[in-house]
Design a binder for this molecule. Structure first.
Ligand SMILES: Nc1ncnc2c1ncn2[C@@H]1O[C@H](COP(=O)(O)OP(=O)(O)O)[C@@H](O)[C@H]1O
Ligand SMILES: [Mg+2]
Length: 340
């Protein structure tokens, strides 16, 4: 049994990927799931959302004493002759766990680039070991914590690190802003996902027999898109926002699903998982308190209308989390397991 991996992906930055992974990892755990959040972005923004700077310093500078291992510390031995280091996750709550990111992860990109062509006619397990290293680490972490779902955050590009992250993803959710750049990004994303999926199938079909480890299916099933209602240009008129949101379903259906002509207006489009509000001053408040927006209290500065807004955010994220669970075929609340 493998644990499903949901990755938030868009090659455009600043569309809310990291914030979504952070808030949804929390929300899934609030709903009773056991969640592993994995920071596969070498910028490590998800990790800094979860952990204070002092802890990051220890984690990155003195790995052996930190009691948890970054994703790079897990996969790094593969760049030499070693094997994957077992993950030591950072426990955030009783059922939320973080595989911390690492700026050093960028150093893994070259190895992944090299092994991609090698895997097509591989006689040794090595290319497969490397290319699936993220997935192996995520699965080991999930197994060790009896987690039932894994959420992954990745950087905004179509490079070898992200290709490896994506071949280890069962589901892909696409955060978008309502602007020209996001729409263009979506047009690149579809063909890229399709190519990665096919290239991975070709490699799987020719993998050496009896590998001493299992391989991810590389499904990368599109889970839907999430439109951020904010944007860098907050002063834009409403019509501009509407103009771009109206076009999203068409591009999503033709370029991501390869089913042109079947799109719907965005408000009745089942692929539109949410139109996420701009949470304004709650965002810096939540960052400061190092908790999700929906857990902010008066003690954190969420007073009066802020408190109502925080509660509304709780409802928004509950709805979004339930939709995602349903798309992934997971129950809204997991059954109580008597063995825990
Ligand atoms: N719903 C939201 N409301 C207000 N600000 C947001 C919201 N989502 C994200 N942000 C802010 O927008 C910026 C980009 O978000 P981030 O999640 O880092 O995007 P990405 O990971 O796609 O680059 C961050 O400063 C973040 O705090
Ligand atoms: Mg990010």
């Amino acid at each position: 049994m493998t644990v499903p991996v949901l990755t938030f992906f868009n090659n455009k930055g600043g569309v809310g990927k990291t914030s979504l992974v952070y808030h949804l990892a929390w929300m899934f755990s609030v709903l009773g799931h056991r969640v592993v959040a994995a920071d596969l972005d070498p910028q490590a923004n998800l990790t800094s959302a979860f952990l204070p700077e002092e802890e990051l310093e220890v984690l990155w500078d003195q790995p052996s004493s930190a009691g948890n291992r970054t994703i790079y510390q897990c996969v790094q031995p593969l760049t030499d002759v070693g094997d994957i280091n077992d993950p030591e996750v950072r426990q955030i709550t009783p059922n939320l766990f973080l595989i911390p990111g690492d700026l050093g992860l960028a150093g893994f990109e070259d190895s992944l680039s090299q092994e991609w062509p090698s895997a097509i006619a591989a006689t040794s397990p090595r290319p497969f070991r490397l290319l699936t290293a993220f997935w192996q680490v995520l699965q080991r972490a999930a197994r060790a914590q009896s987690a039932n779902v894994i959420l992954a955050d990745v950087g905004p590009n179509l490079g070898a690190i992200n290709r490896s992250a994506l071949i280890g993803s069962d589901h892909v959710a696409i955060p978008l802003a309502a602007d020209l750049f996001s729409l263009q990004g979506l047009r690149n994303l579809g063909p890229t996902l399709a190519r990665w999926r096919k290239d991975w199938q070709d490699r799987l079909a020719r993998a050496p027999p009896q590998l001493p480890f299992s391989l991810p299916a590389g499904t990368m099933r599109p889970a839907g898109y999430i439109v951020m209602q904010h944007g860098e240009r907050l002063s834009r008129p409403v019509q501009a926002y509407k103009k771009w949101t109206d076009r999203i379903p068409g591009v999503y259906y033709s370029d991501i699903l390869g089913a042109p002509g079947s799109e719907q207006p965005i408000d009745s489009d089942p692929a539109c998982l949410a139109k996420l509000k701009h949470y304004r001053s709650l965002v810096p408040m939540a960052l400061e308190a190092r908790k999700p927006i929906f857990h902010l209290t008066a003690a954190d500065g969420a007073i009066g209308s802020h408190l109502y807004a925080a509660r509304d955010a709780g409802q928004d994220f509950t709805k979004l989390a339930l939709k995602l669970l349903s798309v992934m075929g997971l129950p809204s609340a997991p059954e109580q397991r008597p063995d825990r």
